[in-house]
Design a protein around this ligand. Structure first.
Ligand code: RET
Length: 251
């Protein structure tokens, strides 16, 4: 017998709701740049690209695209001879990884610009971030209970530590040159980001990885995190940017 793990109406409704939130946020962020000179719109561009990408990815997932059935053998008798196996098929929303591969570098770019991190360290942080997302994608397609799957997961986690290292360490140094207000703003935005981002591998471990959480539960957990990490993060950044002229970057 094949065991199927897939989403239901609850998960699907959540995907549509987040699609609408991302769309509204994109429109609002674009509007916020209305009376701002073109050369001062960098944060607006970057942040709007982030929510537009997310709305495309949520549209794909809600309408049944960007998802595949990942089937593998799972052992059902542990340590007994002979071992017997059964087939498990669980939905993998690979659209998320495409989304994350585009949006997480841009989120980091926002933070790096805010802190005044130099180009070399920004590129290193973004490279480590791409390694994190792509090795996470490999992990998602590994069979359960295999060292290979959790090996890729471990590599992704190491890459994540590099990302935090680069942004937190260099950012907290370089941001001082921009004064107290920007230093405080960067501190709180970076902490907010760190807490949210760290929740992703935890959700992944229980849902995609360990399969302790249903596909619906996984959708709901990522839905909450995605809304906080993109529209709420963006709102916070763009409204603060409006208030604090020292956040300006020259382009
Ligand atoms: C994975 C699994 C492998 C280990 C790690 C992960 C980290 C993912 C992160 C995702 C962040 C996504 C965001 C989306 C925007 O809304 C790939 C889940 C470390 C940090 C911020």
């Amino acid at each position: 017998p094949i065991e199927y793990e897939h989403s239901s109406d609850t998960g699907n409704t959540a995907l549509w709701i987040v699609f609408v939130i991302m769309l509204v946020a994109s429109g609002f962020f674009a509007l916020l740049s209305w009376n701002i000179p073109v050369n001062k719109r960098l944060y607006h561009y970057v942040t709007t690209v982030i929510t537009i990408t997310a709305s495309l990815s949520y549209f794909a997932m809600a309408s049944g695209h960007g998802v595949s059935n990942h089937c593998f053998e799972e052992r059902d008798t542990h340590g007994k001879i002979p071992d017997t196996y059964h087939q498990v098929c669980r939905e993998v929303y690979y659209a998320r990884y495409i989304d994350w591969a585009i949006t997480t570098p841009f989120l980091l770019l926002d933070l790096c610009l805010l802190a005044g991190i130099d180009g070399a360290h920004t590129i290193m942080a973004i490279t480590a971030d791409l390694v994190m997302i792509l090795t996470g994608l490999f992990a998602a397609y590994g069979s359960a209970e295999t060292a290979q799957k959790w090996g890729w997961y471990a590599i992704a986690c190491i890459a994540y530590i590099f990302v935090v290292w680069h942004v937190a360490l260099h950012g907290s140094n370089t941001v001082k040159a921009k004064g107290n207000t920007v230093t405080k703003l960067f501190g709180s935005l970076a902490l907010f980001t760190f807490i949210l981002w760290t929740a992703y591998p935890i959700v992944w471990g229980f849902a995609d990885g360990g399969r302790k959480v249903s596909v619906d539960g996984e959708i709901l957990a990522y839905a909450v995190l995605d809304v906080l990490a993109k529209p709420i993060f963006g709102l916070w950044l763009l409204l603060s940017h409006r208030r604090v002229p020292e956040t300006n970057v020259d382009i």
